[in-house]
Design a protein around this ligand. Sequence first.
Ligand code: PGA
Length: 248
Amino acid sequence: MRKLIAGNWKMNGSKGFTAEIIGGIVNAPVPRGVDVLVCVPFPYIVQGAAMAKDVLSIGAQDCSVHRENGAYTGEVSARMIGDCGARYVIVGHSERRQYHSESDAVIAQKASAAHEAGLIAIICVGESESEREAGHEKDIVAQQIAGAIPASANAQNTVIAYEPVWAIGTGKTASADDVAVMHSFIRQKLQERLADSQKMRILYGGSMKPENAAQLLSIRDVDGGLIGGASLKLQDFMAIVRAGAEIA
Ligand code: PGA
């Protein structure tokens, strides 16, 4: 499967930074055979989408559960995100689960709102360090898959991102064996409920960087990466994009 290399800027950036990084990706150039996505903060979607041309896609990092316009101060709907030129939206990132108490049910509502608006939802799952230490990582991920993937999901409108919480922004990466075991487990769980599960992309996220990208992206059932810190540096992000193109 063609790899998807997705940057997640989190709450980083500015107009100048957007011009520098998105312009840099467009001029890099991006090799063929890989899909590139950058998920920027809401205010930079319009600018990013205008610059992205056909070279990369722009995404958001969250959306509202509410589909229709209304009295929801501070909320941004999936439809607005699409209207601004984004094609993807991340839902259920562990930082949203942790700092905003988002449950699997809320994440499923957000993903289905994204689908209704014609966006591709990147649904994040992953266990915490204590859950892994207790040997519960598969139970946790199975529970998240059961609860956070809405009935509207298919391989065209949904991407799964496996991000072990303890590997995010810590420099610690899951071992190749752990990633292989979890990705094949996720594939199996998807098979149990989706007709086109073989075609659904499963990304790995958590301290992916140029030094480990080729190894992680070569693992069976790793169909791309969700990259935080390293997506803020053009050279690092492009090195990961090139690794994705070579392995595809
Ligand atoms: P990281 O973040 O690459 O900085 O670990 C990944 C993510 O949170 O999506």
